[in-house]
Design a binder for this molecule. Structure first.
Ligand SMILES: NC(=O)c1ccc[n+]([C@@H]2O[C@H](COP(=O)([O-])OP(=O)(O)OC[C@H]3O[C@@H](n4cnc5c(N)ncnc54)[C@H](O)[C@@H]3O)[C@@H](O)[C@H]2O)c1
Length: 275
């Protein structure tokens, strides 16, 4: 229960990775503000937390709208009296496409949620965290925020690279207020977002080609990493990026293992034959 008594806002936590994060933080004793655009969508996750013996409220707010975000923070402080942890998780994906097929609407929508939403939420919680003398901000980016992938389109990659810039600025800016700011980059996590953008065959191929640990990450495994960064154990970590991706960023998956090991065995055999 290392987050007992803390209050966490987890944006986009009505399902998927956000739900996993909310449940792990609640298990660690944090009060949770479950958020999605519509308040009614948050009821299931709130009920799960309450049935675990935790505290949670649902607050509907669109993270890309400043007035909604102000309301989200105000309702949190009104109900729980503080905001100790902000997890910027809400995000939208778009179908992979070439630049000539990328509409201005799609670009604006993805950047508004994935990048401007992070900015607005940080801006809204900072005065409260400064007043409290401490805070933790964890931004959920993507491996696409470290290296482009074919899983999403360019707008998605750009939005996540933008989060990296914001993260560095804020980590520096808020250090003297004892607020840490870090990024978690999930690789593949099977959520409605990933399912909408892929087919089962495509997902299987991605795991074989790109994930050395041989499977997608679970939402709870992302939650565990967030929980660590939000805890006192991570007090001296700020401005950092942690990929929780099963080794995806090595660039080589499980299907190369036999090939590479075979090549190494051949080299060794040739060297021994020359002795
Ligand atoms: N699933 C993956 O493989 C994967 C990989 C890398 C990064 N991510 C990132 O993880 C985060 C969560 O992804 P997910 O797969 O759980 O997605 P998801 O679509 O399953 O869930 C996203 C949640 O955010 C909410 N949301 C969307 N727009 C919102 C807005 N404007 N305001 C408030 N809430 C909003 C949705 O209603 C939903 O509840 C995203 O930032 C995504 O980019 C996901």
């Amino acid at each position: 229960m290392e987050l007992k008594g803390k209050t966490a806002i987890v944006t986009g936590s009505a399902r998927g990775i956000g739900e996993g994060i909310a449940l792990v933080l609640a298990r660690e004793g944090a009060n949770i503000v479950v958020n999605s655009r519509k308040q009614e969508d948050c009821a299931d996750v709130v009920n799960k937390i309450v049935s675990m013996g935790g505290n949670a409220i649902a607050v509907g707010a669109d993270v890309s709208k400043k007035a909604d975000v102000s309301g989200l923070v105000a309702k949190t402080v009104e109900h729980f009296g503080a905001v100790d942890i902000l997890v910027n998780n809400a995000g939208v994906e778009s179908m992979p496409c070439l630049i000539q097929d990328l509409s201005e609407e799609q670009w604006d929508r993805v950047l508004a949620v994935n990048l401007k939403g992070v900015f607005l939420c940080c801006q809204a919680v900072v005065p409260q965290m400064v007043k409290q003398g401490k805070g933790r901000i964890v931004n959920i980016s993507s491996v696409a925020g470290i290296r482009m992938t074919f899983l999403g389109s360019m707008d998605y990659t750009v939005s996540k690279y933008g989060v990296a810039g914001l993260n560095q600025h804020l980590a520096w800016e808020l250090a003297d207020a004892n607020i840490t700011v870090n990024i978690i980059c999930p690789g593949g996590v099977q959520t409605p977002l990933l399912e909408a953008a892929t087919t089962p065959e495509y997902r299987e191929m991605i795991v074989k080609r790109l994930v050395p640990l041989g499977r997608f990450t679970t939402t709870e495994e992302i939650g565990e990493a967030v929980s660590f960064l939000a805890s006192d154990r991570a007090a001296m970590i700020t401005g950092q990026t942690l990929a929780v991706d099963g080794g995806m960023l090595t660039g080589f998956g499980e299907d190369l293992r036999a090939v590479v090991r075979g090549r190494m065995a051949d080299i060794k055999a040739a060297q021994e034959a020359q002795k």
